[in-house]
Ligand binder design. Structure first.
Ligand code: NAD
Length: 374
């Protein structure tokens, strides 16, 4: 099998889909790996490092030519599709709901597109779960960025000149990113509280030493849908949540929002009126910015100041930690390919459970049920 590793072309994308470590491991499976020149530069990996790991390094046309598997972070640029041989696999974070046209183009080109973000959330797929590996880093970075924009310190400090009180940090949405945000804010010494629609997260919040803020006694309280994901909440719940959050948020210095509902726009969690109730100098980091934002007024990649509060969110948070995000993403891809590597055939063969979940296109058609349903 020939595996091509592309340089990312999307603006702001700094990650790469293979590292020298995973190149070596893929080669050990029997694959030959071709890396596009400069693919790792933004993640601090030189062409030389890929060569030393056993990869061929060259221009994109050479790399892609004859490839059975094309690895990328955001998939293959439409301009390159003609160069990829029909039947090849394209593996990446393909954004199936946002990039429908491009998914159709993969189908028309006869490619088999595999969307890593559609990996089922089952125990054996945990090591292949790109949403988890990237969200974890995003949760960390959100707090670091918020701390950077905050004009005060996070920890309580008792100094000869007087005492500084600890920052109050509120994390909304306690999935993978939210848990890491709580842990990071705690490490920096903030007083942390958190909320979610899934009541199972209450224990997790407590175990990280933070305070759970939860709506009680409302119809439709259990917001857990399939696969451990959140569902959309009842109107009554949303109203109760808004009231609870309003009184709490006014006392916060830092708010980190992370709430997502798969396939839908991000739920609105913080309104302009709530922002106005916060103290001047507070900072909100909106991790849902690329999906429309949890916060009223978020503009991706800009620091917006409203009522003296800074609101910030990146369009691609993991790309702000290129080296680690690439290392973990590349391992996710290796774990995926190696788990299904058939030694006799010398290539990966997917099983039904995971194959059907991640496969978007095959034989010139869109075959993903999840994509067809949406
Ligand atoms: P996510 O990124 O889809 O959403 C982030 C969080 O926002 C979730 O906790 C969600 O409940 C919450 N949320 C949604 N709407 C909200 C609202 N209106 N108000 C407040 N919070 C809201 O979540 P995620 O990080 O992908 O994690 C989802 C679940 O999947 C978790 O239970 C996680 O532990 C589980 N998981 C399982 C595996 C596995 O077994 N392989 C891997 C990763 C995650």
């Amino acid at each position: 099998q020939r595996i091509a590793v592309l340089k990312e072309r999307a603006s702001g994308e700094t990650r790469v889909s293979a590292t020298p470590e995973t190149v070596k491991k893929l080669a050990a499976l029997g694959a030959s790996i071709a890396v596009e020149s400069g693919a790792g530069i933004t993640a601090s990996i030189s062409d030389e490092a890929y060569r030393a790991a056993g990869a061929e390094v060259g221009p994109v046309e050479t790399v892609v030519s004859g490839a059975d598997i094309v690895l990328g972070v955001q998939g293959v640029d439409p301009a390159l599709l003609g160069a990829v041989k029909p039947g090849a696999w394209v593996i990446g974070i393909l954004d199936p709901f946002g990039q429908r046209e491009r998914i159709h183009a993969y189908a028309s080109a006869g490619l088999e597109a595999l969307a890593m973000e559609f990996m089922p959330r089952i125990t054996r797929a945990q090591s292949m779960d790109v949403l988890s590996s990237q969200s974890n880093l995003a949760g960390y970075k959100a707090v670091i960025e918020a701390a950077n924009l905050y004009g005060r310190a996070f920890p309580m400090m008792m100094t000869a000149a007087g005492t500084i009180s600890a920052a109050k940090c509120f994390v909304m949405g306690v999935g993978v990113a939210g848990l890491q945000a709580i842990a990071t804010a705690r490490r920096l010494g903030a007083q942390v509280s958190a909320t979610d629609v899934r009541s199972a997260t209450k224990e997790q919040i407590l175990s990280l030493g933070a305070k759970p803020i939860f709506v009680e006694n409302v119809e439709g309280i259990e917001g857990e849908g399939s696969g451990g994901y959140a569902t959309e909440m009842s109107e009554e719940y949303q109203k109760a949540q808004a009231e609870l959050v309003s009184s709490h948020i006014a006392k916060q210095d830092i708010v980190i929002t992370t709430a997502l509902i798969p396939g839908l726009a991000a739920p609105r969690l913080v309104t302009d009126a709530q922002i106005a109730s916060m103290k001047a100098g507070s900072v909100i980091f909106d991790l849902a910015a690329p999906q429309g934002g949890n916060v009223e007024g978020t503009v991706p990649d800009q620091v917006v100041e409203k009522h003296g509060v800074k609101i910030v969110g990146f369009s691609n948070t993991p790309a702000h930690l290129p080296a680690d995000a690439s290392a973990l993403y590349a391992r996710n891809l290796f774990n995926f390919l190696s788990a299904f590597w058939d030694k006799e055939q010398g290539k990966p063969v997917l099983d039904e459970e995971i194959g059907d979940a991640v496969r978007l296109t095959q034989g010139g058609k869109i075959v993903s049920e999840r994509l067809q349903r949406a």
